[in-house]
Ligand binder design. Structure first.
Ligand SMILES: N[C@@H](CCC(=O)N[C@@H](CS)C(=O)NCC(=O)O)C(=O)O
Length: 230
């Protein structure tokens, strides 16, 4: 049985990728959640994962410690992680890689925090450029491959890579063109995403660095999370 180490569901965008992918592809795993800021939990994890970062997939004696590498590792063992058609697969891999190594303004200015709603202090040109590129990329995929997912009829790794963006769009009220907005809503409505969201809302542990990162960029206008413990 695979073990998947993840961070707090409210904050950990990188963790969400393999988690939602495995859930949507019905690949069984044991979830191991580590709370940010709790050094006792992370101390032992550092012995398991070379980077000490989540997500990390453990398969027997093999550790796979990066979300894109996890997708590729799973693709070697399970059908349907990437689309069967070579053209669709190339598109999906490019889009997932683009998310993995780009969209810096979106990632830095709109940190994932599923349970809050934020009004950004400002929207600089680099954020507008990321949003425009996202809209273009999603619209292109949906048109080319016919939807409802980014490269066709089934949820694949590329959708998993953009799943955290769907939460960001919800939290920051980012307006998108109709097809792209509908895709984000569709992803948010998946049962696995709803479960992740509910678990994120129920988390009572707050990680101060994550909270501060958001307050630097905007004003929290709604906090739907369970009351904090710490
Ligand atoms: N490139 C990595 C990035 C992983 C990453 O940055 N994870 C963050 C949490 S979302 C982390 O573990 N932070 C804890 C730390 O840096 O100590 C991936 O794709 O998995």
């Amino acid at each position: 049985m695979y073990e998947l180490y993840i961070g707090n569901k409210n904050y950990s965008s990188w963790s969400l990728r393999p988690w939602v992918l495995m859930r949507e592809r019905e690949i069984p795993f044991v979830e191991r959640l580590l709370r940010f800021g709790e050094s006792s939990q992370w101390k032992d994890f550092g012995k398991i994962s070379p980077s000490g970062k989540v997500p990390c997939l453990i398969d027997g004696s093999t550790a796979v410690w990066d979300s894109l590498a996890i997708a590729e590792y799973l693709a070697e063992r399970h059908a349907g992680i990437w689309p069967a058609d070579a053209g669709a697969r190339a598109f999906a891999r490019c889009a997932a890689a683009e998310m993995h190594s780009g969209f810096f303004a979106l990632r830095n200015r709109c940190a994932m925090s599923c349970g809050i709603r934020v009004r950004l202090h400002d929207i600089p040109p680099e954020l507008t450029a990321d949003i425009n590129r996202l809209e273009m990329l999603w619209t292109d995929g949906l048109q080319r491959f016919g939807g409802p997912f980014l490269v066709g009829g089934t949820f694949t790794a590329v959708d998993a890579f953009f799943a955290p963006v769907a939460f960001r769009i919800q939290s920051y009220g980012i307006a998108l063109a109709p097809a792209a907005a509908a895709y984000a809503t569709r992803v948010l409505k998946l049962r696995s995403m709803q479960e992740w969201y509910a678990a994120g809302l129920a988390e009572r542990f707050r990680d101060e660095p994550h909270e501060q990162e958001i307050l630097q960029m905007g004003t929290v206008i709604q906090d739907l999370r369970a009351p904090p413990l710490n």
